[in-house]
Design a protein around this ligand. Structure first.
Ligand code: 5GP
Length: 212
């Protein structure tokens, strides 16, 4: 049975570890393709155009919206973020499981357009641990940490709209769990409509022969 690629949306609170999970999935397994988003935010130190994001101007981004070149886009903290359509469609056709690491609003738009997308939300084991992780990074000021925790509280309102939550306690176990969920998703009847329809056609041919 030929599996079609699964479109995977991975969201989670800032500090939940979704970036690390994606990196692990990409390095440990060869069935994944990571979509690189387009954004108008400025590159952070160490970020490369075409690797972390396609960094663009507001004008170029808006042109891309007009050309219908994005699957979804959202405005997040004053900047546009969006998922280019071409790459995702190409990879899905090639049978790759395509990962979109995007926030909640975008995730909901993807679900509308691709009802068969698999939506995963990465959670920390507790709010206390999330706070410790954000503080432990040592890269953010107390103010930024506070605003990210406030944002997490807002985002927590939408989690029930995801298909699965994955708790990131022990990283290796979490990565394995995410991979297993995706693996099982391939076998969902709803994602194998072409295979089922083909089977039905073949069976109908048999039963026609039987009645001849
Ligand atoms: P950051 O600026 O920290 O890289 O990303 C900010 C937020 O934007 C994160 O929650 C990230 O998942 C989300 N994001 C990144 N790319 C996209 C995208 O293409 N679409 C949407 N809707 N959100 C995105």
């Amino acid at each position: 049975m030929k599996h079609e690629g699964v479109l995977i949306v991975l969201s989670g609170f800032s500090g939940a570890g979704k970036g690390t999970i994606v990196k692990r999935l990409m390095s440990q397994y060869d069935n994944y393709a990571l979509s690189i988003s387009m954004t108008t935010r400025a590159p952070r130190e160490g970020e490369l155009d075409g690797r972390e994001y396609f960094f663009s101007t507001k004008e170029d981004f808006e042109k891309r919206i007009e050309e219908n070149g994005l699957i979804e886009y959202a405005c997040y903290c004053g900047n546009y973020y969006g998922t280019p359509k071409d790459y995702v469609q190409k990879m899905l056709k090639e049978g790759k499981d395509v990962i979109l690491e995007i926030e909640l609003q975008g995730a909901m738009k993807v679900k509308e357009q691709f009802p068969q997308a698999l939506l995963l939300f990465v959670m920390p084991p507790s709010a206390e641990i999330l706070k410790e992780r954000l503080t432990g990074r040592g890269t953010e000021t107390a103010e930024v940490i506070e605003s990210r925790l406030a944002r997490a509280s807002e985002e927590s309102e939408g989690i029930e709209q995801y298909d699965y939550i994955v708790v990131n306690d022990v990283l290796d176990e979490c990565v394995e769990r995410v991979h297993r969920i995706i693996d099982c998703a391939h076998d969902a009847a709803d994602r194998n409509r072409a295979f089922i329809a083909d089977m039905r056609r073949q069976l109908q041919k048999f039963s026609q022969k039987d009645t001849e």
